[in-house]
Design a protein around this ligand. Structure first.
Ligand code: ZN
Ligand code: ZN
Length: 555
């Protein structure tokens, strides 16, 4: 301690001298300037799953100075940043952030979707051609093979002759795999169930590194099977609704604090409950620190890319809803985890050696049954009723059955064989469906695929629908529910629409090469990686937007 003190005194004395001596000023300044303009040693892309923009402002007074506020006040804050496509789900969200493209181009058109070529439902990161690693469970059968374009990490790998590493981590497989991209060194996700371990697949490796095995064998995950109570007195949580209410699902019928996770856990899958509490984010933070330490990220001249997705916010939001005390507490605790992570990176890599961005994969809707009690137009719709009604209508009109093969993610997939067999015209059927479905009381908009292929929409919901429409993989008619209408349980929040509650998400840049500032100018999620690519001087991901948010970058 004494030695540091002496060194500090020397430093202060030296800087005092330097101010008076112009020659020393020059010597002193140039390393600082060089640091500012050199490439960062580490890029960290953080996605907070289901984080609405207003969680930054609504809970602002509850945050400490070292987490969200540090990024907001010392970085660049894009306050009007939106998703520019539908559907706003986790798979497409993570793919879009890191490819800088929309489903129209990267082809992750949902979390799950009906694949017309394989004639079955597929999962965005599911892959039967790989083997699980670190588990025998099918939770390991995952890869990014359905994503058709490159990520920031891929381009950085190519640029550095594969010397710069890319690693993706998350509780959710898709939250780790899609951000990391195709050429990643590793992606790790949490398999709860009875195992409670971070796992991977043979797409990346044949065996887990020893440090991951050690982490899994430490009782870190188990240590979170404890009580979850509010971090601060619950009376101080004035930014959210009452704790006991009718709009939350809860654990085993309990929807109020405190939760005893050891009692509430599912005995078949004891570790799963961690995912649905703020402790899932703490566990990811613990693991993120281990990744940086053991993979020596940010330690050499080749820039590394680390992607971290915090998924527990999404589970909590689905379970308890946007206005719940549980969501508020989860964000207060995430703020602390982010602070802990940043402090570690500062010490390990140096404040000036990394660039970070933080965003979300989508927002979330206030629970419609709650909105209804406040006289705000909102409600629920039933997918299967829409399907039945449409089937009956087409059967009557064309005296043919089975014209609709599937309805998946608000897209109608027609059966081309049956259309041909009945000598019908597909384009005409699309328009007939549009005219019919728009009369249903929970449907707000509908478009045929021909319209989406031949019209260039530049604003409004049409623009978002078009950006989410992939000519090769999407269906033949796309429809949109009314604002504040969802096909979901009557408790808890969800997401997926093109309305502001789902599209408006935080975008914070921080660190090396980033200007301090903020703007209300509208930005799109697909501009994030072009901006980081520009900062690094690497090629933009191959399907990405070409818009660089240059106001965030230092000259
Ligand atoms: Zn999500
Ligand atoms: Zn979700």
């Amino acid at each position: 301690m004494k030695k540091i003190g002496v060194f500090l005194v020397f430093l202060i004395a030296f800087s005092c001298v330097s101010v008076k001596n112009p020659d020393i000023i020059v010597v002193n300044k140039s390393p600082t300037k060089k640091q500012e303009t050199s490439r960062p040693k580490l890029v960290i892309g953080i996605v907070v799953d289901q984080m609405r923009y207003d969680y930054l402002t609504r809970f602002y007074s509850k945050y400490g100075n070292g987490g969200f506020k540090r990024l907001m006040n010392n970085g660049f804050n894009f306050k009007n940043n939106h998703y520019n496509y539908v559907p706003t789900y986790t798979g497409p969200g993570h793919a879009s952030v890191f490819t800088g493209a929309t489903p129209k181009t990267h082809a992750i058109i949902g979390n799950n979707w009906y694949d017309k070529y394989e004639d079955k439902y597929v999962y965005c990161t599911g892959d039967k051609n790989v083997l699980p690693v670190g588990t025998l469970n099918k939770a390991g059968l995952m890869s990014p093979h359905r994503m058709k374009t490159t990520t920031l990490g891929d381009e950085n790998r190519l640029f550095t002759q594969f010397k710069g590493k890319t690693i993706g981590i998350s509780i959710k497989d898709r939250g780790a795999i899609l951000p990391a991209g195709h050429s990643a060194n590793a992606a790790y996700w949490f398999h709860g169930a009875k195992e409670g371990a971070f796992v991977s697949s043979s797409y990346y490796m044949t065996d887990l590194p020893q440090w991951v095995k050690d982490f899994n064998q430490s009782n870190t995950a188990e240590s979170y099977l404890k009580e979850w109570n509010t971090l601060y007195p619950i009376e101080s949580y004035t930014e959210s609704g009452v704790d006991k209410n009718d709009f939350e699902t809860g654990f085993k019928d309990q929807n109020f604090f405190p939760y005893n996770l050891n009692e509430l856990k599912n005995l078949e899958k004891p570790f799963d409950i961690i995912k649905a509490t703020p402790y899932g984010n703490s566990l990811v933070t613990d693991f993120a620190i281990e990744v940086v330490k053991n993979e020596a990220l940010g330690k050499d001249e080749y820039t590394d890319v680390l992607t971290v997705s915090f998924s527990s916010t999404d589970y909590v939001g689905h379970n308890f809803g946007v206005n719940s005390k549980e969501v508020e507490d989860t964000y207060i605790r995430l703020d602390k985890d982010i602070e802990r992570f940043l402090n570690y990176i500062d010490t390990e890599i140096g404040n000036e050696n990394y660039t970070l961005f933080l965003t979300s994969d989508h927002g979330a809707i206030d629970v419609p049954s709650y909105l209804k009690t406040k006289q705000i137009p909102a409600g629920y719709t039933d997918k299967s009723k829409i399907r039945k009604k449409l089937d009956l209508f087409l059967k009557t009109k064309y005296t043919a059955t089975g014209l609709i093969k599937k309805i998946s993610n608000n897209q109608v997939f027609l059966d081309k064989e049956i259309i041909d067999l009945n000598k019908l015209n597909k384009a005409e059927i699309e328009e007939v469906i549009v005219d019919e479905i728009i009369t249903y009381n929970t449907i707000y908009k509908a478009y045929g695929s021909k319209t989406l292929q031949t019209t260039n929409f530049t604003t409004g919901l049409e623009y978002l629908v078009q950006n989410g429409f992939n000519q090769k993989y999407s269906g033949d008619v796309v429809f949109v529910y009314n604002p504040n209408y969802i096909s979901y349980n009557k408790t808890g929040s969800t997401h997926g629409s093109g309305f502001n509650y789902d599209t408006h998400v935080p975008l914070l840049f921080y660190g090396n090469g980033i200007q301090k500032g903020e703007t209300f100018n509208k930005t799109e999620i697909t501009s994030i990686v072009p901006t980081i690519s520009a900062l690094l001087g690497v090629s933009f991901p191959n399907g990405s937007s070409d818009k660089v948010l240059s106001e965030a970058l230092k000259n």
